[in-house]
Design a protein around this ligand. Structure first.
Ligand SMILES: [Zn+2]
Length: 162
């Protein structure tokens, strides 16, 4: 896997489990963790404020979350979108969960940046165009700095939440 800043990360086995155990990190650092979950910038995508909430336990499907885990995970989906709006990342977000075989379950909180509207007005059909655009055009020092700033601000806001 290449991280958002194009650094190679080599892990044997599941990346989600490895991240939960601090076996790798990305340049902007982790936003938040508690006993149930981690919150981070998307490891691979240089899109400011694209935040991933990942349960620490290895599951692949939404319905494998216990009631307790689901409540905590959704509480943090709510807090994260609220704080990202407060920081000024975007007014609207897409919250996505995709179940995939052998992929650690995670929830992506995706900001709707104005540059995305310039690529396409249709959201669902074009998420691949947004990620391709970001990988080709947004690996810049300025964008990496913006990502770090967002992570620091969000981390500060979430620090005392449980
Ligand atoms: Zn895993």
């Amino acid at each position: 896997m290449k991280d958002y800043a194009n650094n190679e990360i080599k892990i044997n086995g599941c990346y989600g489990c490895a991240y939960a155990k601090h076996k790798f990190s990305i340049p902007c650092g982790m936003v938040y963790e508690n006993e149930y979950l981690t919150i981070s910038q998307d490891w691979e995508l240089p899109i400011n404020g694209w935040i991933v909430i990942c349960p620490k336990r290895h599951i692949e499907k939404f319905d494998e979350l216990t009631d307790e885990e689901r409540n905590i995970v959704f509480k943090f989906v709510g807090l994260t979108t609220k704080y990202l709006k407060q920081i000024g990342i975007s007014e609207y977000f897409s919250v996505e969960m995709e179940e995939r075989k052998n992929i650690h379950f995670h929830i992506s909180i995706i900001p709707k940046h104005s540059w995305m509207k310039e690529i396409s007005s249709s959201w669902m059909d074009n998420i691949g165009a947004f990620t391709d655009y970001a990988k080709a055009n947004l690996r810049t020092k300025k964008n990496f700095k913006d990502i770090e700033t967002t992570v620091k601000k969000l981390s500060k806001l979430l620090k005392n939440e449980k």
